[in-house]
Design a binder for this molecule. Structure first.
Ligand SMILES: Nc1nc2c(ncn2[C@@H]2O[C@H](COP(=O)(O)OP(=O)(O)O)[C@@H](O)[C@H]2O)c(=O)[nH]1
Ligand SMILES: [Mg+2]
Length: 185
C-alpha cells in the first residue's frame, strides 16, 4: 500500500532535512536562494545558518514495511505559499507537523490547517542541538493540542529518529476511526 503523507511546520523547522534523511530515492526539492523580496517576510529569528528557503516542495519515499510505502511531501513553510496547500493535501492520509520550541508559533498554522480538514497528524518536536528546553506537557499546552494527537521528540538529521516519527504517525493512523477523517477532495 502506498500512502501519501505531508510534512509540515514553520519556516526552518527541518522539513527538507527530514525528507532527505529518510528518503530512499534522491529527494527532490526545489530550493530558491532567498531573495531580497523574501527578507523581512521570512522570519529568520532563531534560524542561524539558513541560506536557502524551499519554495516548491520536498518529495521523498520510504518503505516502512514490505507492504507499506510512504510518499512524503514537504509543504512550503511560508504563509505566502498557502494557496498550494489544498492541492498538496489532496489524497493525504496523515501529516507530520514539525515544531521548533524556539519558535512554536510558526507551527500553529499547520496544526490549524490539518485540524480544520480532519487530517490526522502527529507533532514531532525537532530538538535542535540536543537542547530540550521544555517538557512534553509544556509543549502540548503551548500548542493547545487535542489529547489524541501524539507528540514525539526527534532529530531530523538522524534517519532512525525520522523513522520513529513516521512509525508514530502510522500507529496513530491505525487508531483513528474512519468517520473522524474528512477526505480532502
Ligand atoms: N543543529 C541542527 N540543525 C538543524 C536541525 N534540523 C535542521 N537543521 C538545520 O536547520 C536549517 C533548516 O532546516 P530545513 O530542513 O531546511 O528547514 P525547512 O525550512 O523546514 O525545510 C538547515 O540549515 C538544517 O541543516 C537539527 O536538528 N539540528
Ligand atoms: Mg525546506
Amino acid at each position: 500500500m502506498a500512502v501519501k503523507i505531508l510534512v509540515a511546520g514553520g519556516f526552518g523547522v527541518g522539513k527538507t532535512t527530514l525528507v532527505a534523511s529518510v528518503s530512499e530515492v534522491a529527494p527532490l526539492h526545489t530550493e530558491e536562494t532567498m531573495t531580497v523580496a523574501g527578507l523581512g517576510i521570512d522570519d529568520l529569528e532563531g534560524v542561524a545558518h539558513k541560506e536557502a528557503t524551499t519554495v516548491a516542495l520536498d518529495f521523498g519515499r520510504i518503505t516502512l514495511d514490505t507492504d507499506l510505502v510512504l510518499y512524503l511531501f514537504g509543504t512550503p513553510g511560508q504563509e505566502r505559499f498557502w494557496s498550494m496547500w489544498d492541492d498538496l493535501a489532496s489524497g493525504a492520509l496523515g501529516a507530520v507537523v514539525l515544531a521548533d520550541t524556539r519558535r512554536l508559533d510558526t507551527s500553529f498554522g499547520s496544526i490549524d490547517f490539518f485540524e480544520r480538514r480532519g487530517v490526522p497528524f502527529v507533532v514531532a518536536v525537532n530538538v535542535f542541538d540536543g537542547v530540550q528546553e521544555y517538557t512534553e506537557a509544556e509543549i502540548r499546552a503551548a500548542l493547545d493540542l487535542d489529547p489524541q494527537v501524539p507528540t514525539v521528540f526527534c532529530d531530523v538529521r538522524e534517519r532512525a529518529s525520522c523513522r520513529e516519527v513516521l512509525l508514530a504517525l502510522v500507529d496513530h493512523l491505525a487508531g483513528v476511526p474512519a468517520e473522524a477523517v474528512t477526505p480532502v477532495p
